[in-house]
Design a protein around this ligand. Structure first.
Ligand code: BG6
Length: 499
């Protein structure tokens, strides 16, 4: 399929002096410019509370770019030089009217009336900014001018707040103007899940409870909470990673084939499967979830203070830094196939993966041999990051006269065939935002279905006095997570093991 440049647009970034703009948005815009995927009519209008002008913002961005190595050196980076002259900045308070009047004036000076408002700001500003934009008629679309709003996570902190935020935003703009981001959807390996499933008969034909025993979805991180204590202590591993990132992976694994690859067809199937997640009673929630918190120790030789001794964390906090869940997807396809999810900080390795374990073969042919005891189940491993790729574990006959088998792994690594190292993951998200393709963005019903499924765990833990179980930094997590899966006669895939 031909990739064409996006239409001209002004990207208005609220929170332009923040970390996200510097680390991800700007490098992604540079990559898109470099590949000729954004129109020359792209303007960037940064908004922030800090005083300054366009020169201040470009100066700061250049300082950051020069820390990325020679390849990104601003002076010799043609794409940056090309973009730089089209960056502007307005300093002001997001809650006051004057910046919106100023935005209107600036938009009128650019050649195109298209605008995408990107909210890279703390979540308490999402509602107020959208309301102000609407009040100042900046969200009104015309036949030749689109107006879109991109919203970063977290989208709500529970079901009620997510519903309230959706209602507040949708009172101002239409759903087709709202682009709710989940940066996991920008990852190549995540987008590849749909291709792996729907472009390969030998995968999709086996994709149901006749052949699949269970699914494991893991997002293990090496990093600890570090300086993010204030945000994290109010959030925890469940809210931070599950209803958004892990559920996006789950939805892509579990959704029914869409009628087409259009945004609405895909988003409808994803929402459908998320709303099929069983909503547990308080007793079931207790049985289906465990949590942990890291104590003091070291990860890869680096000292890690106990979570409770982290800056801005309440020493008596009950917040979890690790969570493992066993979920049921109540559809005909997945009845009886558990989905085990886990995520945590300060673990043994950085490893985001999906492991699909198939059922045991009936092994009638091997009855007279001792192969039966050793025949492992087939596995399909989607390695989301790092070492992006896909592996299939199958059994082959060991060469020789005796009937014996050995498990082997058929491996594909992206790095062996393609160079995906230079992308930030935001290129496809920004490109699609400019082109008006909502496939990689979350729809209101999908977000609410995700929160509904985790609400029983949030309610349960809010009532409990018990603290999460401690685990050693650099380990695989707390022992209660092993119990959760082992009581079903299964075990976790080793963290950090690519196959
Ligand atoms: C963010 C979470 O959304 O995702 C972080 O707030 C987490 O706590 C991060 O570290 C993980 O993303 P990635 O792309 O590094 O796996």
């Amino acid at each position: 399929m031909d990739v064409v440049p996006s239409p001209p647009v002004t990207l208005v970034i609220f929170g332009a002096t923040g970390d996200l703009t510097r680390r991800l948005l700007m490098p992604a815009l540079i990559n898109l410019t470099d590949q000729g995927l954004v129109d020359h009519g792209l303007h960037i209008l940064g908004i922030g509370i800090e005083p300054g002008d366009g020169a201040m913002l470009t100066g700061r961005l250049e300082t950051f770019l020069s820390t990325l190595g020679a390849e990104h050196a601003p002076a010799s980076n043609k794409a940056w030089q090309n973009l730089k002259s089209r960056i502007d900045y307005i300093s002001g308070d997001f809650t006051k009217d004057d910046i919106y009047q100023d935005i209107r004036r600036r938009l009128d000076t650019y050649s195109s009336g298209n605008a995408a408002f990107y909210l890279a700001v703390p979540p308490q500003f999402f509602g107020p900014i959208v309301e102000k934009l609407a009040e100042h008629k900046l969200t009104e679309e015309k036949p030749d001018a689109f107006r879109r709003i991109a919203i970063e996570k977290p989208f709500g902190t529970d079901l009620q707040s997510a519903k309230a935020l959706n209602a507040r935003i949708l009172a101002c703009v239409e759903e087709n103007q709202v682009y709710r981001l989940d940066h996991f959807l920008g990852k190549e390996t995540v987008q590849n899940i749909l291709t792996a499933r729907f472009a390969n008969m030998m995968i999709e034909a086996l994709w149901n409870n006749n052949y699949i025993d269970h699914v494991q979805i893991t997002a293990a991180e090496l990093v600890d909470v570090g300086t993010r204590g204030k945000f994290y202590d109010a959030t925890g591993a469940l809210r931070d990673m599950v209803p958004n990132h892990l559920f996006q992976l789950l939805a892509m694994i579990a959704m029914e084939p869409p009628n087409g690859f259009g945004a609405e067809a895909i988003r409808s199937e994803k929402s459908k499967v998320l709303s099929a997640l069983r909503i547990y009673t308080p007793e079931e929630a207790r049985e289906h979830a465990v949590r942990g918190v890291y104590s003091a120790g070291s990860v890869n030789g680096k000292e890690v203070p106990a979570y409770h001794d982290t800056q801005d964390v309440d020493p008596n906090s009950k917040t979890e830094t690790y969570v493992a869940l066993k979920l049921d997807v109540d559809t005909w396809r997945w009845a009886g196939v558990p989905f085990y999810l886990r995520t945590g900080k300060a673990l043994a390795a950085r490893d985001t993966e999906i492991v699909v374990t198939f059922r045991q073969v009936p092994f009638a042919q091997f009855r007279e041999t001792d192969v039966t005891r050793r025949l492992p189940r087939n596995k399909l491993i989607i390695q989301v990051q790092p070492n992006e790729g896909l592996s299939m574990e199958i059994s082959i006959k060991t060469p020789g006269l005796a009937v014996d088998t050995v498990p082997i792994s058929l491996d594909f690594r992206y790095a062996d065939k393609f160079d995906i190292s230079k992308t930030t993951g935001y290129e496809s998200l920004l490109y699609d935002l400019f082109r008006g393709d909502q496939t990689l963005f979350q729809r209101a019903d999908g977000i609410e279905a995700g929160w509904a499924a985790i609400q029983p765990f949030l309610d349960l833990w809010a009532k409990e006095d018990e603290k999460p179980e401690p685990y050693q930094p650099g380990s695989n997590g707390p022992s209660c997570a092993d119990d959760l899966i082992q009581r079903d006669g299964r075990k976790w895939h080793e963290i950090g093991d690519p196959a």
